[in-house]
Ligand binder design. Structure first.
Ligand code: ASP
Length: 584
């Protein structure tokens, strides 16, 4: 038996017990006649004591040789500590050691294994296994386990069946690039790693499984933005014989279950907002509704004067920044520069201070009088003491820019409180999205999403106006889940492919299996997928998903610990029939 107890469980009530413990040496303090060692494992830290007066000399000698992160096993008796440590659960006791075995020595770790470490990000990634020994990382992994366990509990209790779908598949277009795997046995042919199990879960519905879920890795070869991982995990779900309302209820229930189990928070009915409303009020299809600064449209109250910038704009829109009327010229200029950065792309920004005495002072006083500015305040909900920022230009672009500013200000003003949770559904997304680059429509969600029946007639005349039976679950300004009611008949699916620019032959070649399946009695079905990494991070009160992944990739998509991706040797390339395709 390696251990009778773990390092986190001994208490005063265990005094006089003979115990065996195993773990890592967190640190040791050598006072010559007395040595204390903090022994650490996943469960906590227990103080060991070696005392010249009570410990055999050879063991004293051994104890003196212990270095940080040595793996040891000890036997000893639990005694009450003289100076107690109220900060740790085992702080009232220590173990007087009478037997010590060094199980493994350790080199000096490249950074300190403490809650606050001196190791930089890169170093910690390279030695991730050491980083995992630190409480913050270890706790994040334990937290993730708790979230997945609660997900499994909730869904299993509702009769969802967990099914594994294959990783070596054929490419499914979901808007990103596929990772591909060459097939040795089929020269010149490739598998694709799934961007999601979308078509498979639909086929499980055709197979009559009724309720499916899977906690599953998905792969997308996207240019990496901060906090995106090329492989990530989804809680993927699908249900048959349901309407949109049923899905919203089940997964609102799941989210509520998680908030209750993890934070003991009760949240009533989640608000619902159409995509159009989200864009109009927040300039964003994943609005953070924990704070205000709701958009106020100002066309009606700005376009009656001689200010050409506003008069020529499709949209004039503003937000009221709470209690910011006291900002200095310098602070305001800095924010104007911020929106003019290429990442945001505004050409300029107008402001209006709502002074505490009820007057207004704007950067366009030449054009607008106090009555005009009072109307701006009305439209943006500004009160005395607030500062109104106004952007103008093409509607979509301007909304996006103002949204970026809104989020930036909220971050700076500390309005995005990590322990506050504000979920909502965003619904009625457009079915199609115009892609400037390719000059054609793309499915906004994916090609299997059903159009709203009442909008079907617009498919030929005004495709951009067709709304989809698609919904996203948004939490604190992040999309944590999204899904749709699916098309389940061959005709509509073929029509959809046609609108996405597929010839019937191309559709058949790529998706024949699905179109065929729809001919054998496909039930009405729909579903959604949650992003587990992000969901966990947000529930954990953080926004970096990397902290909740055991072995994440860095911003360049590399695993710096195992050094992947890496070249493979010629023999391997040969075997995969790739050798000739590689230049140089
Ligand atoms: N497969 C979709 C996605 O990955 C989710 C869904 O429609 O269920 O976003």
């Amino acid at each position: 038996m390696y251990r009778s107890h773990n390092c986190g469980e001994l208490r005063l009530t265990d005094t006089n017990k003979e115990v065996t413990l195993a773990g890592w040496v967190q640190k040791s303090r050598d006072k010559g006649f007395m040595i204390w060692v903090d022994l650490r494992d996943r469960y906590g830290i227990t103080q060991l004591i070696f005392d010249e007066a009570r410990t055999h000399e050879t063991i004293m000698q051994q104890a003196k040789s212990l270095g940080r992160e040595f793996v040891i096993q000890i036997k000893g008796s639990v005694i009450e500590r003289e100076s107690k440590n109220a900060n740790i659960p085992t702080g009232e006791i220590e173990v007087l050691v009478n037997e010590l075995t060094i199980l493994n020595e350790a080199q000096l770790p490249p950074f300190t294994i403490e809650d606050e470490t001196d190791g930089g990000e890169d170093l910690r990634m390279k030695y991730r296994y050491l980083d995992i020994r630190r409480n913050p990382v270890k706790n994040s992994l334990l937290f993730r386990h708790k979230v997945t366990q609660e997900v499994r509990n909730y869904l299993s209790n509702m009769d969802f069946c967990e099914v594994e779908t294959p990783y070596l598949i054929k490419s499914t277009p979901e808007g990103a690039r596929d990772f591909v795997v060459p097939s040795r046995m089929n020269p010149g042919q490739f598998y694709a790693l799934p961007q999601s199990p979308q078509t498979f879960k639909q086929l499980l519905m055709v197979g009559g499984l009724d309720k499916y879920f899977q906690i599953v890795k998905c792969f997308r070869d996207e240019d990496l933005r901060a906090d995106r991982q090329p492989e990530f995990t989804q809680i993927d779900c699908e249900m048959s014989f349901i309407e949109q309302e049923d899905i919203l209820n089940v997964f609102e229930g799941l989210t509520r279950h998680l908030l209750k189990k993890i934070h003991d928070i009760d949240i009533a009915q989640f608000p619902r907002m159409t995509y159009d409303e989200a864009m109009r009020k927040y300039g964003n299809d994943k609005p953070d509704i924990r704070f205000g600064m709701v958009f106020g449209e100002l066309n009606a109250v700005t376009q009656h004067k001689d200010f050409a910038v506003f008069n020529n704009a499709e949209l004039v829109v503003g937000i009221a920044v709470p209690d910011a009327a006291s900002y200095t010229r310098k602070q305001i200029d800095a924010l104007i520069d911020w929106v003019k950065r290429p990442q945001v792309g505004a050409l300029g920004m107008v402001y209006c201070k709502c002074e505490l005495d009820g007057t207004f002072k704007s950067s366009v006083d030449k054009f607008y009088d106090q009555t005009d500015l009072a109307q701006w305040a009305d439209a943006t909900g500004a009160k005395a003491g607030d500062l109104i920022f106004v952007l103008s230009g093409p509607a979509y672009k301007t909304r996006t820019q103002l949204s970026a500013l809104r989020m930036e200000l909220a971050n700076r003003l500390g309005l995005r409180k990590p322990d506050e949770f504000a979920p909502l559904w965003v619904m009625d997304f457009p079915l199609l999205e115009w892609d400037e680059e390719t000059g054609r429509y793309h499915a906004m969600h994916h090609p299997f999403t059903s159009p709203k029946k009442e909008d079907m007639h617009l498919l030929d005349t005004d495709p951009g106006k067709v709304r989809a039976n698609a919904y996203d679950l948004v939490l604190n300004g992040n999309e944590i889940g999204g899904g749709s009611i699916r098309i389940h008949d061959k005709e509509t699916q073929s029509l959809m492919f046609k609108h996405l620019g597929f010839t019937p032959e191309q559709a058949q070649e790529q998706f024949g299996f699905l179109l065929n399946a729809f001919q054998y009695g496909a039930p009405p079905h729909g579903g959604l997928a949650f992003g587990l990494d992000r969901l966990t991070a947000i529930l954990g009160g953080q926004e970096t998903i990397r902290d909740f992944i055991a072995f994440p990739k860095n911003n360049a998509g590399r695993d710096v610990m195992i050094d992947a991706p890496a070249a493979i040797d010629n023999a391997q390339l040969d075997e995969l029939n790739l050798a000739l395709n590689i230049k140089g």
